[in-house]
Design a binder for this molecule. Structure first.
Ligand code: BES
Ligand code: ZN
Ligand code: ZN
Length: 509
């Protein structure tokens, strides 16, 4: 699928579908900012459209079949006066509230509707003041994200004829900055889809070492340094917490390290670490999970896939800070070799951990990876992990949880998330929560009991970051979508990748 900018005017575009964004006008005096249709038809992103198509816009509006409400669409075949096969009005809601999030969603919705109808070529018209860099970037992202289907393993030949080949964004005037915005949006969304592809892969096909080979192939393609620490190397380094989790599986573990350190940045005082939990399958181990829904535990490597995807984008977008990604990868299995509840392991950092529940494995592998990141010279750490079921109990599936030992760094991350439309919610991290983490036999237990599960998991991690500014994102709530949305397929979301990319790109020393 290609997305290109064009200055060909709407009336001249030969395409399967010409798409105009249409905005409803809020009535004056509306309470609660609620949008109600006004008495005039929606304003569209094609000047003079209503007149050009013989009053069709007014007509569908009068019939209340289309009012311009967000994500509403209506379609007309063979519109007189236009060269397009179809004309589509796509609701943008109130124009004053139409920002990048709305644009991303709308673009995805339009793409998915037209694709389902077998349209392979369409054009989005952006007349007037709509063609800003930010909107073009967001539209490109929405289109590419909307095009993703987690169907790589379906053999159904039907899908071949439902494919979008080309999308044109028709803008009043071309410019280098719009071209750059389109490029940025394309790189970011393709990276997010790369992450989603990895997360879709089932655990029999995506073992820790397979994930490492995907990462290293990506690194070779995009010019990143890649190092894979194997089991022997991690034994040498005494990664006791990570290796304890891995020992139950026949699949060997690894630590994937991807580096973006161009020579111009070699002397930078800041160095960002992106750390991602890579449990390719989480059975729970000896503290085994119930069988219902266990198939979803293939997504327990979403954090790893997110940081690998983020590096793919950063290699191309070149942030002003050195960035290294660390993805500890294991499979958590019960077996005669598996770690038992009550086992005591020694982390790479040196603290001993009593493993009270083998299902709280993510924090064990992250502990060693976080310490390793610090000892490799990283000054700021952000991790993404499908760490606790409790985070979805607290937040539902709309927000990911944020936990940090540093308010300033945390605000930067939340701000980056806001700009990218990735909702993040901060939790308390008072030291009093450490009282929940007491072990009679080791320095720390790996669980904190019944209450505040996402917080105690984070307090556990805090022990391993050597007091460096650190933010933890618990993405167990957002990394997987159970039901498709109009703009987005069911399955892996790739969420939190854009927050990480933005954080790196906007870095100020
Ligand atoms: N991978 C799970 C967390 C998870 C749950 C992710 C649901 C996605 C959806 C994690 O390893 C885990 O099992 N956590 C336990 C912690 C508990 C034993 C303290 C949990 O959340 O139940
Ligand atoms: Zn678990
Ligand atoms: Zn897990």
């Amino acid at each position: 699928m290609e997305i290109i900018l064009t200055t060909t005017p709407a009336s001249e575009l030969e395409t399967g579908a010409l798409v105009a964004l249409a905005f409803c006008k809020a009535k004056n005096g509306d309470k609660n900012g609620e949008i109600k249709p006004a008495d005039t038809p929606p304003e569209t992103s094609i000047d003079g459209l209503d007149a050009a198509v013989g009053g069709w816009v007014s007509e569908v509006y009068a019939a209340r079949e289309f009012t311009g409400k967000a994500l509403e669409t209506v379609l007309l075949h063979r519109p007189a006066g236009l060269k397009a096969a179809r004309l589509v009005l796509a609701g943008g809601g109130s124009k004053s509230k139409f920002g990048t999030c709305e644009a991303r969603k709308l673009a995805g919705t339009v793409l998915r509707k037209l694709k389902a109808k077998g349209v392979s070529d369409f054009a989005l018209c952006l007349e007037g003041d709509l063609a800003t860099d930010a909107i073009v970037e967001a539209l490109a992202e929405g289109l590419i994200l909307g095009d993703f289907e987690p169907d790589a393993h379906k053999t159904d030949p039907k899908k071949a004829d439902k494919k979008i080949d080309r999308i044109r964004l028709s803008v009043p005037e071309a410019s280098a900055s719009l071209t750059e915005a389109l490029r940025r949006g394309t790189i970011i969304a393709e990276a997010q889809n790369f992450t989603r592809t990895l997360v879709t892969e089932p655990a029999n096909l995506l073992t820790p070492l397979k994930l490492a080979s995907h990462a290293s192939a990506m690194a070779a393609e995009f010019g990143l340094e890649c190092e894979i620490l194997d089991e022997a190397r991690m034994k040498q380094l005494s990664f006791g917490a990570l290796l304890g989790v891995a020992q139950g599986s026949a699949e060997p573990p690894c630590l994937i390290v991807l580096k973006y350190v161009p020579s111009a940045l070699a002397s930078s005082s800041d160095h960002l670490a992106l750390v991602g939990k890579g449990v390719t399958f989480d059975t729970g181990g000896i503290s085994i999970k119930p069988s219902e829904g266990m198939e979803k535990m293939k997504y327990d490597m979403a954090g790893a896939a997110t940081v690998i995807g983020a590096m793919r984008a950063l290699a191309q977008l070149k942030p002003p800070i050195p960035v290294t990604a660390f993805a500890p990868c294991v499979e958590n299995m019960p077996s005669e070799r598996a770690q038992r509840p009550g086992d005591i392991v020694t982390s790479y950092q040196g603290k001993t951990i009593e493993v009270l529940n083998t299902d709280a494995e993510g924090r064990l592998i992250l502990a060693d990876a976080l310490t390793y990141a610090v000892r490799q010279g990283c000054t700021h750490l952000i991790d993404a992990a499908t760490l606790t079921g409790a985070i979805a109990i607290a937040l539902g599936h709309l927000y990911a949880g944020v936990f940090s030992n540093n308010e300033e760094f945390q605000s930067k991350v939340i701000a980056a998330g806001k700009l990218e439309g990735e909702r993040l919610w901060a939790f308390p991290m008072d030291d009093d929560y450490n009282d929940y983490l007491k072990s009679a036999f080791a320095d720390l237990p790996n669980i904190g009991g019944r209450y505040g599960g996402s917080i105690t998991a984070s307090k556990f991690l805090e022990n391993f970051v050597e007091s460096k500014p650190w933010v933890h994102l618990d993405i167990a709530s957002t990394a997987w979508l159970d039901d498709a949305k109009p703009h987005f397929a069911k399955g892996p979301t790739g969420l939190s990748i854009r927050t990480m990319i933005r954080l790196a790109l906007d870095w100020k020393a």
